[in-house]
Design a binder for this molecule. Structure first.
Ligand SMILES: [Zn+2]
Length: 431
């Protein structure tokens, strides 16, 4: 891949890193942004009518690599990310083996560089083997490139372990990201405990199964001065905990997924016992979804993250109760978020894209200056009004498990650039 000198002309530049929303040009040379007019571009890309957003980041993906590479691997996950408009992802550590050693952290980042399609920020486990007992070596893991710590897929059940993890997070300056789920209230649960679950005879978990642990974690963050990030928040009581933490000035942040912002548990009726709707935490009732949308619009929840969780077709065709949890989310995220938050009038483009750019950068303590001379040319061109029908068969991800299948979305990434090189153009990922 050659790094040519390039001019992107007449784009609507939405740069949440600088708070800029303005039509203009971006000039790129040798992989970085340069001052307009200072080079002779070999090509000009006419971006009239398109939005240009720098460094779109998904801080919650599962690439199943190492260990389950037939489901997804760094290659297919990177292609899915580029296709979806992402230039940076944080991988979760619940692979096989679990990412709990510095060598695995370094290996993942290197695999990402070899593919060259998306920056991979490895997440490392909070506890050895994600077994919830003994803390990993945060200091050495961070030195090897880990940007945060999570046993995601499993909650940290022991309050004592979580307390120690949060104290450690403060020392190393990186967040602990907990999958908040009180197992004693939800061990059998496959959906939200609501009317659709009752009618279908499926075991559900209620609001407390999530919010009890979020409140616990928030109090531990307050007591330790630790850095807490709440993964895939989905119920109002959890949002109240986050507000409480913010009012006290504690270091607590949270993310919401596109599917929790888009769907309610009513979708269970539509899909019946097809496990494409099976996700953890489960899809929630309408009032919960609206509370989540308000929390995102008000800035209480400052990050949108997909929880991209691909599964093999044979697993997702198991009976509902046995099928694994998860949705392949990278290739529908931008369309879903624009449809439900932007075209609804709930958020401005600048505020919406902050959820995917400056939001995750702040949580992960990463520096990016926005589109200024010298900055790596990581950017995405978006057609905000492109209407399209989701067809999982066209995904680059190996996971086709998604309730967005057949949905009409409005807004789509049409080109993605990493370090000045197009990784996706017109829906085609470069090989
Ligand atoms: Zn999780």
């Amino acid at each position: 891949m050659v790094k040519t000198a390039l001019r992107i002309r007449d784009a609507r530049i939405i740069d949440p890193f600088r708070g800029v929303d303005d039509v203009g040009d971006v000039w790129i040379d040798h992989g970085v942004v340069v001052e307009p007019g200072t080079i002779h571009p070999e090509t000009t890309f006419d971006a009239h009518g398109l939005w240009l957003v720098p460094r779109i980041t998904d801080m919650h993906v599962h690439f199943r690599d190492p260990g389950q590479t037939w489901i997804e691997d760094v290659g297919s996950g990177s292609r899915a990310a580029a296709a979806g408009g992402f230039t940076q992802v944080m991988t979760m550590a619940n692979t096989d083996p679990v990412v709990d050693s510095p060598s695995l952290v370094a290996w993942l980042a290197e695999r990402g560089r070899q593919e060259g399609l998306v920056r991979i920020l490895p997440g490392a486990a909070i506890t050895r083997g994600s077994e919830g007992r003994q803390l990993t070596d945060f200091y050495r893991l961070k030195a090897a490139g880990a940007v945060g710590f999570s046993d995601d897929g499993r909650p940290v059940e022991s309050a004592a372990v979580m307390q120690a993890a949060l104290a450690y997070s403060r020392t190393v300056g990186a967040p602990v990201i907990n999958h908040a789920q009180e197992m004693s209230l939800s061990r059998q649960a496959v959906v939200h405990q609501g009317a659709p679950a009752l009618e279908m005879g499926l075991a559900g978990a209620g609001e407390l199964a999530e919010s009890l642990m979020v409140w616990r974690d928030v109090q531990l963050a307050g007591a330790t001065g630790g850095i807490l990030h709440v993964a895939h928040v989905s119920v109002p009581h959890s949002l109240e905990a986050i507000r409480y933490a913010r009012d006290h000035g504690w270091q607590v942040t949270a993310e919401a997924t596109p599917h929790h912002l888009f769907f309610t548990d009513e979708i269970l009726r539509e899909w019946g016992y097809d496990p494409v709707t099976k996700v953890n935490p489960p899809l929630r009732p309408g009032a919960f979804r609206e509370a989540l949308q308000r929390a995102v619009a008000s800035g209480l929840v400052g990050v949108a993250a997909t929880d991209h969780a691909p599964h093999a077709a044979d697993e997702k065709s198991l009976p509902y109760v046995e099928a694994p949890f998860g949705i392949a989310g990278l290739e529908t995220a931008i369309g879903a978020l624009l449809t439900v938050l932007l075209h609804s009038g709930l958020m401005t483009p600048l505020a919406l894209f902050a959820l995917l750019t400056v939001g995750p950068h702040q949580v992960l303590r990463l520096a990016y200056p926005g589109l200024v001379p010298g900055a790596p040319a990581d950017l995405t061109l978006i057609d905000p009004d492109r209407e399209w029908l989701v067809d999982p068969k066209a995904f680059y991800s190996r996971g086709h498990n998604t309730p967005f299948s057949g949905q009409r979305l409005r807004g789509r990434a049409v080109a993605t650039m990493l370090d000045g090189v197009w990784t996706m153009l017109d829906g085609e990922v470069s090989s």
